[in-house]
Ligand binder design. Structure first.
Ligand SMILES: Cc1cc2nc3c(=O)[nH]c(=O)nc-3n(C[C@H](O)[C@H](O)[C@H](O)COP(=O)(O)O)c2cc1C
Length: 352
């Protein structure tokens, strides 16, 4: 292996190569995580969309398939978060990733138990704050990245964060898919790359075939950022559902949200009155309209239509722009070995 591939990131996480498979709701399940870590990357289980029982079953499933280290992704406000964190400690999980982090006290407890804290940031002003709150590694996601995303392009964000010399490994994220991207990131001063979309587009990911076909057919310029799904900027493949959301007026949004509320009532377990009350409470505390807050409550169901039920026309498809230049679905093993060989070729060429 080229010595440039042994970095502070691989040393901190105990993985073979400086490549992270990021958390993706309903995608980064035990199947994907075990395949990515077996291939030599470091994978995060998407536990932010799980309750503690589901998370425990998934951690056990990963452990039954591999003895390589892996991480768990959480959301500070999810139900059961304290139990999930205790579980990560009990099951000897190697790292915890998060966007909005848990309290400093919890970060301290997690670190004392030996887990690495790996927040994702989307703006340079969050880098120092994250390190002060205990981050051991910073994943910097540029705007071309998938799912919720920021406004700074990957290379600019990376430069801004590397130049702060914060003393922790810095990982480039957003728009990566191959070894030349890895070689470029390492040459730029990063310690590795993190990828979401590329790992979702593998034969090991649980995403249904019909939905994967939509990703394969997507175009770089037709994977925009929209705030219409849940009020936060989120990058998704343009399709009929997203186009309808984008074109909705405030009233249209409210009607759509009410229709969805009826449709997904059995899944959320909330009556229409409860839904409206909760949304009204949120709307009065934020800049969002009532329709937007109600839509936000339905967002998980709309995403699952595509990502779990395999009905891409009825749901939305979170995605990085990189999907537009991906045209295959390799296994994680083939993906990682290809990335390593390709990165070595580029590193040697530059070295020569
Ligand atoms: C289908 C999909 C689902 C995602 N779900 C989550 C999630 O639940 N939590 C999270 O922190 N990030 C989520 N993300 C963001 C990814 O973890 C990652 O940061 C992003 O995809 C990186 O950009 P890339 O796709 O260009 O590699 C998701 C991304 C995708 C494509």
């Amino acid at each position: 292996m080229h010595k440039a591939l042994n970095t502070p990131l691989t040393q901190a996480l105990g993985c073979d190569y400086p490549v992270i498979q990021t958390a993706m709701g309903w995608v980064a399940t035990s199947d994907l995580v075990s395949a990515s870590v077996q291939a030599g990357a470091f994978g995060f289980l998407a536990a932010a969309v799980m309750n503690s029982e589901e998370c425990e079953a998934e951690i056990k499933a990963i452990k039954s398939k591999t003895d390589k280290p892996f991480g768990v992704n959480i959301h500070a406000f999810q139900q059961d978060v304290d139990r999930i964190i205790d579980m990560c400690i009990d099951y000897d999980v190697a790292a915890l990733s998060y966007g909005r982090g848990p309290s400093p006290k919890i970060v301290e407890k997690v670190k004392a138990a030996g887990l690495k804290c790996v927040p994702t940031i989307g703006a340079s002003k969050h880098a120092l704050k994250a390190v002060n709150m205990g981050a051991d590694i910073l994943v910097c996601q540029g705007q071309e990245g998938g799912g919720h995303t920021g406004y700074t392009p990957t290379w600019l964000l990376l430069a801004q964060v590397i130049d702060q010399n914060l003393g922790v490994p810095v990982v480039a994220c957003g728009g990566f898919k191959d070894g030349r991207g890895l070689a470029a990131a390492l040459t730029f001063g990063a310690d590795g790359i993190a990828m979401g979309t590329r790992f979702m587009m593998t034969s090991d990911s649980p995403t249904p075939d019909a939905t994967k076909a939509e990703y394969l057919g997507s175009e770089v310029t037709k994977i925009p950022v929209s705030t219409k799904l849940d009020g936060l900027p989120q990058r998704m493949v343009m399709n009929r559902i997203l186009a309808d959301l984008e074109n909705s007026s405030k009233i249209g949004m409210l009607i759509r949200a009410l229709q969805n509320g009826m449709k997904y009532k059995s899944q959320t377990g909330m009556s229409m009155t409860q839904t409206i009350k909760t949304a009204w409470g949120m709307a009065s505390k934020t800049d969002m309209t009532l329709g937007q807050t109600m839509m936000a409550g339905n967002a998980p169901m709309i995403i699952q239509k595509a990502m779990v039920e395999g009905k891409p026309d009825e749901g939305v498809l979170p995605s990085g722009q990189v999907a537009g230049i991906i045209d295959d679905l390799p296994s994680c093993a083939d993906l990682i070995s290809g990335i390593v060989t390709n990165a070595e070729t580029h590193l040697k060429r530059v070295g020569a």
